[in-house]
Design a protein around this ligand. Sequence first.
Ligand code: NAP
Length: 290
Amino acid sequence: MAKVAFIGLGVMGYPMAGHLKAKGGHDVTVYNRTAAKADAWVKQHGGTSAPTPAEAAKGAEFVFTCVGNDDDLRSVTIGENGVLAGMAEGAILIDNTTASAEVARELYEAAAAKGCGFIDAPVSGGQAGAENGVLTVMCGGDEATFEKARPVIDAYARMVGLMGPAGAGQLTKMINQICIAGLVQGLAEGVHFGKRAGLDIEKVVEVISKGAAGSWQMENRHKTMNQDKYDFGFAVDWMRKDLDIVLTEARRNGAKLPVTALVDQFYGDVQAMGGNRWDTSSLLARLERK
Ligand SMILES: NC(=O)c1ccc[n+]([C@@H]2O[C@H](COP(=O)([O-])OP(=O)(O)OC[C@H]3O[C@@H](n4cnc5c(N)ncnc54)[C@H](OP(=O)(O)O)[C@@H]3O)[C@@H](O)[C@H]2O)c1
């Protein structure tokens, strides 16, 4: 059992912190900007809440963050009252936010300057993965730090991998998003075509999902896409944030991502339709509702 702090009790962080307490058996202190969520978490899980990230991190061996973007992350880590102001030497900061590789390297250095470890640890598996404690966690950092953090991360994960030095977890998450972007557009076009052709989409997917076209998105999203339902899941706003990180990194490393760039614009169309919080499978709505 370890002393753990968790900063950011959103859709993902709330259940992840819950698993650290219930499944991991750790002593958890939480912080959330909107205090009502921290109060609700403590009421549901026990543990304690703190008024600032720095206070939450005091005395913790492991400090987790799961906030929105690079700037949010900087604010709760190196900002005034950020976790690094409260962390003791030897403590480890594990960041589950989907952010840039650049901010991961920056935080690695900032943590090292305080004698602390840092692991960038973005996740995949969505809200359901977080609630069921079966996330895939892509880590970057030093091996010795990773080995200490891994058994704690295990409380909310099914797959945890060290991909390389600081930033490598975020780079791996970028690949994850590149693979998803083109695939979801392909799936949307397939469903759209099937409807136009007058076929039973459920029947089509039952058959083709067992062949070479099968995917997580096909299995888990075809039903709701067929029903034109998008008010759940991984929000288009988040996907655009992720694709912006991806396209910025691609400009830096020279990778050619024509389809990813195009799908990013398609998500811009979905936002213009009012779909900011819709699930990413709403690329189909762009084809059908316009
Ligand atoms: N949702 C998914 O399916 C999914 C899947 C994989 C990865 N992710 C990534 O995981 C991260 C969190 O996603 P989420 O869905 O949990 O988001 P969310 O529900 O919007 O929660 C964001 C959390 O961060 C806090 N926060 C944001 N900005 C902050 C700031 N400047 N200072 C302090 N706290 C701040 C929010 O506090 P308040 O409560 O006060 O707003 C909230 O607790 C994102 O980077 C996202 O891309 C999400």
